[in-house]
Design a protein. Sequence first.
Length: 289
Amino acid sequence: MEQLKSIKNQNMITLSCVVLGSLIAAVNLNTFVNAGGLFPGGFNGMTVLIQRIFATYFNIQLPFSPVNYALNAIPAYIGFKLVGKKFTMYSILMILLTGLFVDIIPAYNITEDILLISVFGGIVNGLSLSVALRGNASSGGMDFISMWISKVLDRSAWNYTMGVNATMLVIAGALFGWESALYSIIFQFCSTQVVNMLHTRYKRVTMFIITTQPDEVTPLVHNALHHGVTRFEGIGTYMGQPRTLLYTVVSTTDAKVLVHHIKEVDPTAFVNVTKTEFVEGRFYVAPLN
Protein backbone atom coordinates (compact mmCIF):
# COMPACT_ATOMS: atom_id res chain seq x y z
CA MET A 1 0.00 0.00 0.00
CA GLU A 2 2.80 2.38 0.92
CA GLN A 3 4.66 1.49 -2.27
CA LEU A 4 1.56 2.23 -4.36
CA LYS A 5 1.14 5.58 -2.61
CA SER A 6 4.81 6.39 -3.27
CA ILE A 7 4.39 5.59 -6.98
CA LYS A 8 1.32 7.84 -7.20
CA ASN A 9 3.17 10.68 -5.47
CA GLN A 10 6.11 10.30 -7.84
CA ASN A 11 3.79 10.35 -10.85
CA MET A 12 2.17 13.54 -9.57
CA ILE A 13 5.60 15.13 -9.09
CA THR A 14 6.61 14.10 -12.61
CA LEU A 15 3.39 15.42 -14.15
CA SER A 16 3.75 18.72 -12.28
CA CYS A 17 7.35 19.09 -13.44
CA VAL A 18 6.36 18.32 -17.04
CA VAL A 19 3.59 20.94 -17.08
CA LEU A 20 5.74 23.57 -15.35
CA GLY A 21 8.76 22.84 -17.54
CA SER A 22 6.61 23.05 -20.68
CA LEU A 23 5.14 26.38 -19.61
CA ILE A 24 8.54 27.88 -18.81
CA ALA A 25 9.97 26.65 -22.13
CA ALA A 26 7.05 28.10 -24.11
CA VAL A 27 7.20 31.47 -22.36
CA ASN A 28 10.95 31.58 -22.99
CA LEU A 29 10.48 30.85 -26.69
CA ASN A 30 7.80 33.53 -27.06
CA THR A 31 9.74 36.17 -25.13
CA PHE A 32 13.53 35.93 -25.03
CA VAL A 33 14.07 33.75 -28.10
CA ASN A 34 11.76 35.60 -30.46
CA ALA A 35 12.70 39.02 -29.10
CA GLY A 36 16.39 38.42 -29.70
CA GLY A 37 16.04 36.48 -32.93
CA LEU A 38 17.95 33.68 -31.21
CA PHE A 39 18.23 30.00 -31.98
CA PRO A 40 17.93 27.82 -28.86
CA GLY A 41 19.63 24.47 -28.72
CA GLY A 42 18.24 21.09 -29.62
CA PHE A 43 15.15 20.39 -31.64
CA ASN A 44 13.37 23.51 -30.41
CA GLY A 45 16.17 25.47 -32.07
CA MET A 46 15.84 23.42 -35.24
CA THR A 47 12.12 24.14 -35.24
CA VAL A 48 12.72 27.88 -34.90
CA LEU A 49 15.33 27.72 -37.68
CA ILE A 50 12.91 25.94 -40.04
CA GLN A 51 10.15 28.44 -39.20
CA ARG A 52 12.39 31.39 -40.03
CA ILE A 53 13.67 29.81 -43.24
CA PHE A 54 10.12 29.32 -44.51
CA ALA A 55 9.03 32.79 -43.35
CA THR A 56 12.03 34.57 -44.87
CA TYR A 57 12.60 32.68 -48.11
CA PHE A 58 9.14 31.30 -48.93
CA ASN A 59 6.87 33.78 -47.11
CA ILE A 60 5.15 30.86 -45.35
CA GLN A 61 4.32 31.10 -41.65
CA LEU A 62 4.65 27.65 -40.12
CA PRO A 63 3.16 27.00 -36.66
CA PHE A 64 5.63 25.75 -34.06
CA SER A 65 3.94 22.55 -32.89
CA PRO A 66 3.57 20.52 -36.15
CA VAL A 67 7.20 21.10 -37.12
CA ASN A 68 8.45 20.31 -33.64
CA TYR A 69 6.35 17.15 -33.38
CA ALA A 70 7.67 15.88 -36.72
CA LEU A 71 11.29 16.49 -35.75
CA ASN A 72 10.88 14.70 -32.44
CA ALA A 73 9.38 11.53 -33.91
CA ILE A 74 12.65 9.64 -34.45
CA PRO A 75 14.35 10.77 -31.19
CA ALA A 76 11.20 9.74 -29.31
CA TYR A 77 11.46 6.28 -30.84
CA ILE A 78 15.13 6.11 -29.75
CA GLY A 79 14.14 7.17 -26.24
CA PHE A 80 11.35 4.61 -26.06
CA LYS A 81 13.62 1.76 -27.16
CA LEU A 82 16.92 2.66 -25.50
CA VAL A 83 16.35 5.08 -22.60
CA GLY A 84 13.11 4.22 -20.80
CA LYS A 85 9.44 3.87 -21.67
CA LYS A 86 7.98 5.88 -18.79
CA PHE A 87 10.64 8.56 -19.16
CA THR A 88 9.92 8.82 -22.88
CA MET A 89 6.14 8.98 -22.45
CA TYR A 90 6.40 11.89 -20.02
CA SER A 91 8.91 13.56 -22.35
CA ILE A 92 6.50 13.19 -25.27
CA LEU A 93 3.85 14.83 -23.10
CA MET A 94 6.23 17.73 -22.49
CA ILE A 95 6.85 18.05 -26.25
CA LEU A 96 3.12 18.16 -26.91
CA LEU A 97 2.43 20.69 -24.14
CA THR A 98 5.36 22.92 -25.13
CA GLY A 99 4.14 23.08 -28.73
CA LEU A 100 0.60 23.81 -27.57
CA PHE A 101 1.70 26.55 -25.17
CA VAL A 102 3.96 28.17 -27.78
CA ASP A 103 1.07 28.43 -30.24
CA ILE A 104 -1.45 29.84 -27.74
CA ILE A 105 0.69 32.07 -25.49
CA PRO A 106 1.13 35.56 -27.02
CA ALA A 107 4.65 36.80 -27.76
CA TYR A 108 5.98 39.53 -25.49
CA ASN A 109 9.26 41.47 -25.55
CA ILE A 110 10.69 41.99 -22.07
CA THR A 111 13.77 43.94 -23.17
CA GLU A 112 15.52 45.03 -26.34
CA ASP A 113 19.03 44.44 -24.96
CA ILE A 114 20.32 41.44 -26.93
CA LEU A 115 22.96 40.53 -24.33
CA LEU A 116 20.41 40.47 -21.50
CA ILE A 117 18.10 38.41 -23.69
CA SER A 118 20.88 35.91 -24.44
CA VAL A 119 21.98 35.49 -20.82
CA PHE A 120 18.62 35.42 -19.08
CA GLY A 121 16.94 33.53 -21.90
CA GLY A 122 19.61 30.85 -21.57
CA ILE A 123 19.14 30.70 -17.82
CA VAL A 124 15.38 30.34 -18.17
CA ASN A 125 15.83 27.68 -20.86
CA GLY A 126 18.18 25.73 -18.61
CA LEU A 127 15.69 26.06 -15.77
CA SER A 128 12.88 24.57 -17.86
CA LEU A 129 15.10 21.60 -18.81
CA SER A 130 16.18 21.10 -15.20
CA VAL A 131 12.58 21.14 -13.95
CA ALA A 132 11.68 18.45 -16.47
CA LEU A 133 14.72 16.34 -15.58
CA ARG A 134 13.88 16.71 -11.89
CA GLY A 135 10.58 15.01 -12.66
CA ASN A 136 12.29 12.23 -14.63
CA ALA A 137 11.29 13.65 -18.02
CA SER A 138 12.90 15.84 -20.68
CA SER A 139 12.07 18.28 -23.45
CA GLY A 140 12.71 15.57 -26.08
CA GLY A 141 14.86 15.79 -29.19
CA MET A 142 18.51 16.13 -28.23
CA ASP A 143 17.60 15.31 -24.63
CA PHE A 144 16.73 11.75 -25.67
CA ILE A 145 20.05 11.42 -27.44
CA SER A 146 21.95 13.04 -24.56
CA MET A 147 20.32 10.79 -21.99
CA TRP A 148 21.21 7.76 -24.10
CA ILE A 149 24.83 8.92 -24.35
CA SER A 150 24.89 9.54 -20.58
CA LYS A 151 23.54 6.04 -20.01
CA VAL A 152 26.20 4.46 -22.24
CA LEU A 153 29.14 6.55 -21.02
CA ASP A 154 27.89 6.84 -17.42
CA ARG A 155 28.63 10.56 -17.32
CA SER A 156 26.99 13.86 -18.20
CA ALA A 157 26.62 14.43 -21.96
CA TRP A 158 25.28 17.96 -21.98
CA ASN A 159 28.56 19.48 -23.16
CA TYR A 160 28.59 17.10 -26.13
CA THR A 161 25.36 18.61 -27.41
CA MET A 162 27.16 21.90 -27.91
CA GLY A 163 28.90 20.38 -30.95
CA VAL A 164 25.58 19.45 -32.54
CA ASN A 165 24.13 22.86 -31.79
CA ALA A 166 27.19 24.53 -33.31
CA THR A 167 26.34 23.04 -36.70
CA MET A 168 22.85 24.49 -36.51
CA LEU A 169 24.25 27.89 -35.56
CA VAL A 170 26.62 27.89 -38.55
CA ILE A 171 23.63 27.36 -40.83
CA ALA A 172 21.63 30.04 -38.99
CA GLY A 173 24.53 32.48 -39.18
CA ALA A 174 24.99 31.94 -42.90
CA LEU A 175 21.29 32.46 -43.60
CA PHE A 176 20.30 35.18 -41.12
CA GLY A 177 23.48 36.93 -40.03
CA TRP A 178 26.25 36.05 -37.61
CA GLU A 179 25.21 38.40 -34.81
CA SER A 180 22.14 36.36 -33.85
CA ALA A 181 24.11 33.13 -34.19
CA LEU A 182 26.90 34.38 -31.93
CA TYR A 183 24.48 35.62 -29.30
CA SER A 184 22.76 32.24 -29.52
CA ILE A 185 26.05 30.66 -28.41
CA ILE A 186 25.83 32.72 -25.21
CA PHE A 187 22.21 31.63 -24.83
CA GLN A 188 23.06 27.94 -25.25
CA PHE A 189 26.15 28.15 -23.01
CA CYS A 190 24.12 29.67 -20.16
CA SER A 191 21.43 27.03 -20.64
CA THR A 192 23.95 24.18 -20.56
CA GLN A 193 25.66 25.47 -17.43
CA VAL A 194 22.35 25.77 -15.57
CA VAL A 195 21.49 22.16 -16.46
CA ASN A 196 24.96 20.97 -15.45
CA MET A 197 24.55 22.72 -12.11
CA LEU A 198 21.01 21.60 -11.31
CA HIS A 199 20.90 18.12 -12.85
CA THR A 200 22.96 15.84 -10.61
CA ARG A 201 21.97 12.35 -11.76
CA TYR A 202 25.40 11.58 -13.23
CA LYS A 203 27.51 13.45 -10.66
CA ARG A 204 29.37 11.37 -8.07
CA VAL A 205 30.50 12.02 -4.53
CA THR A 206 32.62 9.95 -2.16
CA MET A 207 31.27 9.42 1.35
CA PHE A 208 33.39 8.65 4.41
CA ILE A 209 31.11 7.65 7.28
CA ILE A 210 32.56 7.22 10.77
CA THR A 211 30.04 5.44 12.99
CA THR A 212 29.66 3.24 16.04
CA GLN A 213 26.73 1.41 14.43
CA PRO A 214 28.06 0.03 11.14
CA ASP A 215 25.72 -2.96 11.11
CA GLU A 216 22.73 -0.58 11.04
CA VAL A 217 24.20 1.97 8.61
CA THR A 218 25.55 -0.46 5.98
CA PRO A 219 22.13 -1.93 5.03
CA LEU A 220 20.90 1.60 4.32
CA VAL A 221 23.39 1.83 1.45
CA HIS A 222 22.82 -1.73 0.25
CA ASN A 223 19.03 -1.75 0.30
CA ALA A 224 18.11 1.85 -0.50
CA LEU A 225 20.83 2.77 -3.02
CA HIS A 226 22.11 -0.63 -4.22
CA HIS A 227 25.72 0.44 -3.73
CA GLY A 228 28.56 -1.45 -2.11
CA VAL A 229 30.40 -0.31 1.02
CA THR A 230 33.99 -0.87 2.13
CA ARG A 231 34.42 -1.20 5.89
CA PHE A 232 37.51 -0.24 7.91
CA GLU A 233 37.92 -0.75 11.65
CA GLY A 234 39.86 1.81 13.67
CA ILE A 235 40.26 3.77 16.90
CA GLY A 236 39.10 7.31 17.52
CA THR A 237 42.19 9.06 18.89
CA TYR A 238 40.29 11.68 20.92
CA MET A 239 38.37 9.21 23.12
CA GLY A 240 40.35 6.09 22.32
CA GLN A 241 37.13 4.25 21.42
CA PRO A 242 36.59 1.78 18.54
CA ARG A 243 35.17 3.37 15.40
CA THR A 244 34.18 2.05 11.97
CA LEU A 245 34.89 3.89 8.71
CA LEU A 246 32.48 3.12 5.86
CA TYR A 247 33.58 4.14 2.37
CA THR A 248 31.21 4.37 -0.60
CA VAL A 249 30.58 6.36 -3.80
CA VAL A 250 27.04 7.51 -4.61
CA SER A 251 25.29 10.12 -6.72
CA THR A 252 24.94 13.66 -5.39
CA THR A 253 21.19 13.25 -4.98
CA ASP A 254 21.55 9.91 -3.17
CA ALA A 255 24.13 11.40 -0.79
CA LYS A 256 21.64 13.90 0.61
CA VAL A 257 19.09 11.15 1.21
CA LEU A 258 21.68 8.83 2.74
CA VAL A 259 22.98 11.45 5.19
CA HIS A 260 19.44 12.00 6.45
CA HIS A 261 18.92 8.28 7.06
CA ILE A 262 22.34 7.87 8.68
CA LYS A 263 21.54 10.58 11.20
CA GLU A 264 18.30 8.83 12.06
CA VAL A 265 20.17 5.59 12.82
CA ASP A 266 23.30 7.11 14.38
CA PRO A 267 22.95 10.78 15.43
CA THR A 268 26.64 10.88 16.44
CA ALA A 269 27.94 9.70 13.05
CA PHE A 270 30.58 11.83 11.34
CA VAL A 271 30.07 12.07 7.57
CA ASN A 272 32.53 13.57 5.09
CA VAL A 273 31.29 14.04 1.50
CA THR A 274 33.80 14.93 -1.22
CA LYS A 275 33.42 15.54 -4.94
CA THR A 276 34.41 12.64 -7.20
CA GLU A 277 35.80 13.47 -10.63
CA PHE A 278 36.03 9.97 -12.07
CA VAL A 279 34.90 6.45 -11.20
CA GLU A 280 36.27 3.27 -12.79
CA GLY A 281 34.57 -0.04 -12.08
CA ARG A 282 31.05 -1.23 -11.42
CA PHE A 283 28.78 1.60 -10.35
CA TYR A 284 25.02 1.21 -10.05
CA VAL A 285 22.83 3.81 -11.76
CA ALA A 286 19.09 3.49 -11.25
CA PRO A 287 17.53 2.84 -14.67
CA LEU A 288 15.06 5.27 -16.21
CA ASN A 289 11.60 3.71 -16.28
